[in-house]
Design a protein around this ligand. Structure first.
Ligand code: N2P
Length: 350
């Protein structure tokens, strides 16, 4: 069992059960495989505009089954164990490479108007010619904090590890971000696959455990309720919590991650044409801007910029400064190193 879990990138029996139960709850059970006017869309939570799905349904006549996910490993596992039914997924940059390699996604059925993307997103290393995907949204990993308690404002990852605020820290339930942040805090690359560096990062996370309330990717409710003082966080989610003026966000001086999540069509998609229609629909500036205005993550469509609300455009949470951008790196495909990351993550979470 253990080996099988490792092969599919699941780090624990718990995650496997989670994926398996989601499988039975998914579209298979809903009987939505046959209708050609259906789109089964599997997206991250808090990652869409309030009207995006409704407007697409109205414009296309396609009805959308929308399912949310908050873990890249669970998303990967569901495709790997053969969950059929998803037409469109939103996948992290580093994971797209693995999905392509393992033939779990299919090439886009038609060419996309790539010239609508910002120049710097037109030829990303994970899919240089938009053959498999188009970027959906991008954001950063940083520290969310309660301004009235955390003083001075954090500027180093060490604040998550030093225990100064007691057991009131949440860490993302995502190994790439949490183990990655621990590596960067120690002065290593956040993509390291060197066993001795990973061992030190593991020890740091184990030492941190008494201060961790929970590992969760749904951290904003805890912040708004002030149950969490400090959270390893994703920028746009924090934007959604920032209606509370006491919630702040910082990108530590040691550097952090920039992520680009991408729309792609699973190899087993029953309705690739409907997925393609959604992709083309999304690439219209007003649609992409509506998503950014709704969720606080930046979109890849250049002409959407003038339709993004000015306060979001000016907010470094969504659009970091040039200076901050220089401290950010992409998460890379770990290749054979993934196994060690999985083993360490399992040990940390145990
Ligand atoms: C939004 C999730 C951000 C995705 N809730 C991180 N890749």
């Amino acid at each position: 069992m253990k080996d099988r879990l490792n092969i599919i990138g699941l780090t624990s029996r718990r995650q496997f059960l989670q994926a398996a139960s989601l499988l039975s709850l998914g579209c298979l059970a809903g009987g939505c495989l046959d209708d050609p006017d259906t789109l089964n869309f599997y997206n991250w939570s808090l990652y869409i505009g309030p009207n995006t799905v409704k407007d697409f349904e109205k414009a296309s006549g396609i009805s959308v089954n929308y399912e949310e996910c908050s873990s890249a490993d669970v998303m990967f596992a569901k495709l790997k164990i053969g969950t059929e039914g998803y037409d469109l997924i939103v996948t992290p940059d580093y994971m797209l490479r693995r999905l392509i390699r393992q033939k779990l996604v299919q090439p886009l059925p038609r060419k996309v108007p790539g010239e609508r993307l910002y120049e710097r997103l037109r030829h990303p290393p994970w899919d240089p010619n938009q053959e498999w995907s188009i970027p959906y949204l991008w954001g950063t990993v940083g520290i969310a904090y309660l301004k009235d308690r955390v003083k001075p404002a954090p500027d180093s990852w060490s604040v998550l590890f030093d225990g100064k605020y007691g057991r009131s820290v949440t860490m993302l339930d995502e190994k790439r971000d949490t183990l990655g942040a621990a590596l960067i805090a120690l002065g290593y690359s956040g993509n390291s696959v060197q066993p001795e560096q990973l061992e030190r990062a593991k020890q740091a996370l184990l030492r941190q455990k008494p201060f961790v309330r929970r590992y969760t990717s749904d951290f904003i409710d805890d912040l708004i309720r002030h149950e969490t003082t400090l959270a390893l966080a994703w920028s746009g989610d924090v934007h959604q919590a920032a209606s509370d003026p006491n919630v702040g966000y910082a990108i530590p001086r040691e550097g952090s991650f920039l992520f680009v999540d991408n729309m792609a069509i699973p190899a087993s998609a029953p309705h690739p044409e409907a997925a393609m229609k959604f992709i083309l629909h999304y690439m219209q500036p007003e649609v992409a801007a509506g998503v950014t205005n709704g969720c606080g993550y930046a979109n890849p469509i250049e002409a959407a910029e003038k339709l993004v609300r000015p306060e979001i455009l000016a907010d470094p949470l969504t659009y970091p400064s040039k200076e901050t951008m220089q401290r950010l790196v992409f998460q890379e495909d770990l290749g054979a190193g993934e196994k060690l990351w999985d083993a360490i993550w399992e040990e940390v979470k145990r």
